[in-house]
Design a protein around this ligand. Sequence first.
Ligand SMILES: [Zn+2]
Length: 263
Amino acid sequence: MSGSPDHLGPDRLDRFARHIVLPEVGGAGQAALAGRHVVLVGIGGIGCPALQYLAGAGIGRMTLIDDDVVEASNLQRQTLFTPADIGRAKAAAAAEWVQRFDPVLEVNAVTVRIGAANAAALIAGADLVLDGCDNFATRLAVSDACVTAGVPLTSAALGRFQGQVANFAGHLPGEACYRCFVGDAFDAEDCDTCAADGVLGAMVGWVGAFAAMHGLRALLAGVATLGDPQWGQLHVFDGLKPSLRTMRIAQDPGCNGCVSGVP
Ligand SMILES: [Zn+2]
């Protein structure tokens, strides 16, 4: 969480000039982003655009977690990958993209399935976790680990033409966590329905880019005026109307994630 404008050399000042000129970000905000570590869970339809905009924003260090390989049916919405990547690990292919895009950024590819057993180790040291994975069990395990470690969570999800993005800070008193939102019923359930239901590529792009912006809000909290993390505000996207509405998620007084401890 270090950083000051002094840490950005002339080439970096040029690269991020359009950020720095924004009063809501400024030199201090840009330098802070260069000192941040973001863990991305899921390098799919949401993770790809989120990663591209976070890398574009100069996040200094990123850890990319995905146990999947690129398939031909991913290319319609997972914007980092090309036909040459089919059969390759998504995390490794995405990390190579980051290295080409901005060699200054530090990026680590982790090709494992994140779950309750390894989540704490995988998110250790993160300033933010951005979860765009495809199932509830993983999301709950990641959320619990974030609460325990005191790491903010940007959660983004999609079903057909409805998207949802929220920032959670379940480690802070009175703030809801992701488990407050969905409850305990989905711990053992894999709800990947993309294959059966279909998904429009541009729709995940909308949600993924919004998730990146939401992550930046959380990362800049206390540094720049863009840093209003909007903890516990759920933004719901309707891609058919289209519309965007916001609702408040209250902390569940009986939550097993943030109130009575991780189960
Ligand atoms: Zn909770």
